[in-house]
Design a protein around this ligand. Structure first.
Ligand code: SAH
Length: 263
């Protein structure tokens, strides 16, 4: 029997079974087709009898099982080839839900966290996000994911070596709506403001005032911030409403530190 497919955009039931997750997958596969620069056929195998594409789809299914319900986020996670953003020696771990070193003491964020934060930014809205500011480009992976969910992505990195690496990694993907900036993200990027969404991939003591100032009214910021007496990082969500700021502190997370200045 054919299951009816949810029309796009759709939010699927949080308690979806894995068979629904598979169905979700078929929805996903059709969705971004027209937006892809060119479909990439994986040429490498992991030695597991599965190409990268199959391994990536497994990762997407796990993300859905772990509670990611926004099909646009799942689609983006299924399209961006994370193995292209890590060193050759680490490609066989690229689709595990783990952060991995990318050089200069920094890490590529876990797929679970990237998708969770993207889903929080979208917040169930039916349309794409407008301009998004990302603090901490790193290797450029999350910027690529965000490029499928937003009209424009401005991504700042304070380490020249990683800024250059991200540029290299993203070159072949040809994502015209991603703008890589080298600078101190603590001050945001006023030229692109106001932003519909701001996302930080590095955690500080508090959310810099500049980010709040550069957030549009109606916009949402998601950032790891030190919270609580035991100085643990937690995900903080700040909504800028016409009535003022609304703040939520969510689960514990582990991000590299937010540092000021460039290097
Ligand atoms: N977005 C990346 C994660 C990179 S890790 C991904 O796709 O996986 C976080 C990055 O934040 C590091 O590269 C670090 O150098 C950078 N960072 C830390 N403080 C920063 C600041 N003030 N401005 C810009 N980048 C910063």
């Amino acid at each position: 029997m054919n299951r009816p497919r949810p029309s796009f955009p759709a939010r699927l039931d949080k308690t979806s079974s894995s068979s629904q997750a598979v169905n979700k997958q078929s929805v996903i596969e059709g969705m971004f087709h027209s937006q892809l620069p060119s479909p990439k056929v994986p040429t490498l195998s992991l030695g597991l009898g599965l190409g990268f594409q199959a391994v990536r789809q497994n990762m997407v299914r796990k993300l859905a099982d772990d509670g990611i319900v926004d099909v646009r986020v799942l689609a983006a996670m299924g399209l961006v080839e994370r193995h292209r953003f890590v060193d050759t020696a680490l490609v066989n771990q690229a689709y595990e839900d783990t952060s991995l070193p990318i050089g200069l003491g920094q890490t590529i964020s876990k797929p679970g966290v990237v998708s969770r934060m993207a889903e929080l930014l979208l917040n169930g809205r039916p349309d794409k996000l407008g301009r998004v500011l990302e603090i901490g480009t790193g290797c450029g992976y999350q910027a690529a994911v965000l490029s499928l969910l937003a009209t424009e992505v401005y991504s700042i990195e304070r380490l020249r070596g990683l800024h250059d690496k991200a540029r290299e990694n993203l070159r072949t993907l040809r994502l015209p709506n991603v703008h890589l900036l080298f600078g101190d993200g603590m001050v945001g990027f006023p030229k692109g403001a106001p932003y519909a969404a701001i996302i930080a991939a590095a955690g500080g003591e508090a959310v810099p005032q500049a980010w709040i100032d550069q957030l549009a009214v109606g916009g949402r910021l998601v950032a790891p911030v030190m919270a609580g007496e035991r100085a643990k990082q937690a995900l903080m969500v700040i909504d800028k409403t016409p009535e003022g700021l609304r703040q939520m502190v969510l689960e514990t997370v582990h991000f590299v530190p937010l540092k000021s200045g460039i290097a």
